[in-house]
Ligand binder design. Structure first.
Ligand code: G6P
Length: 478
């Protein structure tokens, strides 16, 4: 038997940073997924011995662990049943709605919870297998909230951090979860808990105090370990970001510039291009955005070919009921708008239910005179940061919902409340008509913010906080 390889830094996330791709000649290869987390972790892993524990994206047996771009990937299997109960069910039909303001109702099923526990246990065991003595473990997101305590029970020598990419709900919503105390206990297994906004961290601390009777002080919660000793867990905000330098470089490349010009021409060279790029998710406010646009068309504020709206809606969680309903509704709305307002060869809405590589996104961003980022709730929204990063020409304008984490950083954007359709329409018009000189100033300020707070800084801050996290309550009087 080969000796089990172990590592000083272990990442655990629901998905591995690779997707299986079958080549035309039938061979199967692993390709790095284009997501932000992967890019972020690349920079963290550089020069370290790191492992990543996660699901390989297909139900059934997991592939054997393998090395990819200097990282050890340790796949965790999910059965077809667990895909339904753990992933689509508890993660995305119970937790996701509760953590996003119950925009759609959350569904509670005890079997889903049981499988959530079982799969979290499997992740925890995998983490412990690959973690060297005293290693740092960085667990990601709502799918793995029980893993911190499970890892601690198996391996008290490890330093354990967890980061939540999505919002943490107000206590009144979190309280609905029948398993709320179990989740709080699961998270309190960590040494440090990172959140997108200060409010998210405060919501967690409040939940631990009010629902679980924990002693809290400032941004810390006191918990008891199995041996009865007290331990202090810190919860604070470390907003995630993007690889500013890498993306800007891509956006400046000749190929992307040429592609942007090509896209604009293929759209009929309109005066105004509006753009939305989202996973097709009810949290993203796509319906509200379309409604505002439809009303502006109905009022004859503008018409194609002078204006067009490109909506990229990346397929997501397609078997979950609320996502199926959303797709039907969005596609019916797009059909209605196009039927009523398109001109021959100039559709009012270009709707693309597809996913695109990074370079195509970068080109699209450069075409967008107005970028519509209007979620009803979003932990961060990296599209907003990607857009300003790609606008090295200082062109364009960002319309940004106040219900995103990004709004807390990009206050020079054109802020909107997506529920207020009248207000959203006015904001869209303001983003179009504001003097380009003023828009350039706003864009420059937003870009500076992202440049200074990039993904490397986020990862450094998280790992520093994890290192410095208090292990024991301060001595009395300290
Ligand atoms: C959000 C979550 C991630 C998740 C991603 C895509 O960004 O925070 O944890 O991976 O959505 O969703 P999916 O269900 O396809 O993994």
């Amino acid at each position: 038997m080969p000796r089990q390889r172990t590592f000083d830094l272990v990442i655990a996330a629901n998905r591995l940073p690779v997707d299986r791709v079958v080549t035309p000649d039938g061979r199967s290869e692993w390709h790095r997924s284009p997501g932000g987390l992967v890019t972020a972790m690349d920079s963290v892993m550089r020069g370290r011995e790191g492992a990543w524990v996660g699901w390989a994206g297909e139900a059934g047996e997991a592939p054997a662990p393998f090395e990819e771009s200097g990282m050890w990937l340790h796949p965790v299997p999910l059965s077809e049943e667990e895909l339904t109960t753990f992933y689509e069910g508890f993660s995305n039909d119970t937790l996701w709605p509760i953590y996003h303001d119950v925009i759609v109702p959350a569904h509670f099923h005890r079997e889903w919870w049981q499988d959530y526990e079982r799969v979290n246990e499997r992740f925890a065991e995998a983490v412990c297998k690959v973690a060297a003595k005293g290693a740092k473990v960085w667990i990601h997101d709502y799918q793995l909230q029980l893993v911190p305590a499970m890892v601690r029970a198996l391996r008290p020598d490890l330093r354990i951090g967890w980061f939540n990419h999505i919002p943490f709900p107000p206590v009144e919503l979190f309280a609905q979860l029948p398993w709320r105390s179990r989740i709080i206990d699961g998270l309190l297994g960590a040494d440090y808990l990172g959140f997108q906004r200060a409010t998210d961290a405060q919501n967690f601390v409040r939940a631990a105090r009010q629902l679980d009777g924990r002693a809290t002080r400032g941004d810390t919660v006191t918990t008891q370990d199995a041996d009865g000793t007290d331990r202090v867990v810190r919860a604070s905000a470390v907003p995630i970001s993007i690889d500013y330098v890498g993306l800007e470089e891509l956006a400046k490349s000749d190929a992307v510039q040429a592609r942007a010009a090509e896209i604009r021409t293929s759209l009929g060279d309109p005066d105004i291009v509006l753009l939305g790029i989202d996973r097709l998710d009810y949290t993203k406010g796509i319906r509200h955005r379309l409604k505002a646009y439809e009303e502006l068309l109905a009022q004859d504020t503008f018409r194609p070919p002078e204006v067009t709206f490109v909506q990229v809606a990346t397929p997501s969680r397609e078997r979950v009921g609320a996502y199926k309903d959303l797709r039907s509704e969005v596609e019916a709305t797009v059909g209605r708008i196009n039927g009523t307002y398109s001109a021959l060869g100039s559709p009012a809405v270009h709707y693309l239910h597809q996913s695109y590589p990074r370079d195509e996104m970068a080109a699209l961003f450069q075409v967008a005179d107005v970028m519509l980022v209007t979620p009803l709730r979003d932990g961060m929204n990296l599209v907003a940061k990607e857009y300003v990063t790609c606008r090295h020409d200082l062109g364009g304008a960002l319309v940004l919902s106040e219900f995103t984490g990004a709004w807390h950083e990009l206050q020079q954007a054109f802020v909107c409340n997506p529920h207020d359709i009248e207000g959203l329409k006015q904001t869209m018009l303001r983003a179009i008509s504001t003097d380009p000189k003023d828009k350039r100033r706003l864009m420059r300020a937003s870009r500076r913010r992202v440049a200074e707070h990039d993904v490397q800084r986020w990862a450094d801050r998280f790992l520093t906080n994890l290192e410095m996290a208090p292990e024991r309550p301060p001595a009395k009087g300290a």
